[in-house]
Design a protein around this ligand. Sequence first.
Ligand code: GLN
Length: 242
Amino acid sequence: MIPANEPLTILHLYPREMNLYGDHGNVLALVRRCKWRDIPVRVLPLEMGDPFPDRVDLVFGGGGQDSGQARVEEDLLLRGDYLRALVEEGCPALMICGLYQLFGEGFVTESGQMIRGIGAFPARTLAGDRRLVGNITIETEAFGSVTGFENHSGRTFLTGGRPLGRVLSGSGNNGRDHTEGILYQNAIGTYLHGPLLPKNPKIADFLILTALQRRDPSLCALSPLDDSAEDAARANAAARPK
Ligand code: GLN
């Protein structure tokens, strides 16, 4: 297990600008699930202009208004090489909605403004004429059924990688091809807010286990937790009308 003086380090990108519909709860879920297992953990918030961190084991970023995305654009681009390298090296990452779009090639807003992305994900996004809003359930190969809440004007089209899942109800990436999100290396991009991880603990544990395995490749599983409350929350959310 990892020493207490080298805790598992979660880099939280732009918590001030990019945090919608409970996205911060994802970080709380990751921290809790580490603590319940006595895994030392710390969260490093990264705001615009902050220095680059020394060591990162897991990257998280939430959603934002178009205006918030435009505000972080320049700073994010400065960090493009660093973040792309982390993704390519297999560092686990979870990017929700606004930062999912900006981890791709970019996002053309409804007013025609291009907000450039860092191209860590093979995906591009164009705004549509109506927002895609509501509860969403998807079926994934890796994590079974996953439920969340979406609210975006962007339509995302993958040019590589694999979709995170197939839409059972809701809109997903673009409301057309029934795909939702992306799984690329060990990084996940998704439109699901809610927050996602408290009620989809398999995804949380995938991120934690992958982070630990990069330090100790002999580790093959995390100690199990009682997920009955989390599973009930997911079933409850999935049963709600769109
Ligand atoms: N502003 C983006 C869009 O509308 C992202 C929204 C979000 O993060 N919820 O598509």
